[in-house]
Design a protein around this ligand. Sequence first.
Ligand SMILES: N[C@@H](CCC(=O)N[C@@H](CS)C(=O)NCC(=O)O)C(=O)O
Length: 219
Amino acid sequence: MIPHWLLIELSQLDGITFDTQEVDFSSRAQKSEEYLAINPKGVVPTLVIHNDDGSSSSYTESAAIALLLAARHPQANLAPHNVQSPQYAKYIETMIYLANTVLPAMRDWFYASSDSQSSSESTIKTIKQMATRRIGAAWDLLDKQLQDQPYLVENVVGGEWQPTAADFLVVVLARWSRNFDEPAVKWNNLDGLIRRMTSRGSWVALKANQELEDAEWPQ
Ligand SMILES: N[C@@H](CCC(=O)N[C@@H](CS)C(=O)NCC(=O)O)C(=O)O
């Protein structure tokens, strides 16, 4: 979802073209020989970039793809421009925090049974509890980071705050928590960010493209 959303954003602002290909989990297409050739981890997402010389390169890891897209298209202002600035450092720190802490905890929550290869209800419950605790602690921290500012990282262009790739990524992660006992929208500042980000035209296009079953999130 994160590469797709950013690509829609870039195609609107920067005129880049892309297409998407669904990976059918029900037939385990993510583990097929053909797919493993472009992503040996056997997971989504994969970004394939067609190079000027006719070759193509594939890239994996959702947060890395987000960083890459932001860096390759500076006109879209998805990252602070000055790599020497404290704002850029905060941006990288936030992206790594989301990738290192929140994403793996989400993976643990959703894949508690298959990744642990356990059918023990108590094992699965413990994994989910640990993941939930980590995710809640992350929402606390990110909510504080949003105190008195509209986006996670100061990225002011022409006098106006612009969202960075970190804001797009956190909203995707927040959506995954929508059916948790404590969804991210329960944190006020995060809720504000989610509403700001999901009012973008690119989110509306993403929802239509992905035919999201819960098109009404956030309620
Ligand atoms: N660290 C990877 C994790 C990717 C991941 O776990 N993707 C899930 C979907 S959200 C997946 O492909 N699951 C299918 C599987 O594990 O077989 C990333 O951030 O790109």
